[in-house]
Design a protein around this ligand. Sequence first.
Ligand SMILES: Nc1ncnc2c1ncn2[C@@H]1O[C@H](COP(=O)(O)OP(=O)(O)OP(=O)(O)O)[C@@H](O)[C@H]1O
Ligand SMILES: [Mg+2]
Length: 238
Amino acid sequence: MIARPLLQVTRLGCHYGPIQALDDVSLTVGDGELVALVGANGAGKTTLLRAVSGVQPASAGAILFDGVDITTLAAERRVRLGIIQVPEGRQVLGPMTVEDNLTLGGYSRTRAEVADTLEQVYAMFPVLKERRGQAAGILSGGQQQMLAIARGLMARPRILLLDEPSMGLSPILVDEVFEKVAAQKAQGTTIFLVEQNAFLALSVADRAYVLEAGKVILSDTGEALKTNEKVKAAYLGL
Ligand SMILES: Nc1ncnc2c1ncn2[C@@H]1O[C@H](COP(=O)(O)OP(=O)(O)OP(=O)(O)O)[C@@H](O)[C@H]1O
Ligand SMILES: [Mg+2]
């Protein structure tokens, strides 16, 4: 059974000039679900997240959030609705301290709320608390990815959009980041996860979609897709 839909993407198209990056994409993320989007390089995964967060305009179709049509809503307004994207490649502010990076993540909220959430985030990421006074740029890659996710959590997301959290990390750090993602889901956060590492993504996801050249070609539970012959051959190297 699919939970009450929180995010509904219907027949979405996106273009970069003449290049069609997304074509007739429909998908749903239920409230409290962890849904993954997997696909090769250039499939359109980042474009889809950018369309949901409002930094990439739709050229066709509709995006509904909690039943409200947000297709043309400004990105800033979507942040206030709780649609929070953690961008590809981490993008923490290197010269600023860990804590300042986190505080920035809560810019749309009151000081008291930020202080409260900061404590929760530190409880979940003790290493960030230890290093809160240090420049973000000197953290390891894995710690920077934790910081990028934690910064997203500071906004109290209703849906967290994660773009390739495993990118560039060693296997041990990837496991650590995915443990945090799973823990966040367990706490009730709705997560839409984009990954090239299909095995990992399908392992943690309730459901997943496979994107190929801008189109959804398959969707099922994470477990079912892991044993799907086409997925195994194309994405799992099996
Ligand atoms: N700013 C841009 N201008 C023109 N074309 C773009 C732009 N960004 C992406 N594209 C094209 O749109 C398509 C989808 O790109 P997108 O970045 O969404 O893919 P992706 O699945 O996130 O890939 P990756 O796994 O490499 O991150 C690709 O063909 C890409 O070349
Ligand atoms: Mg991408």
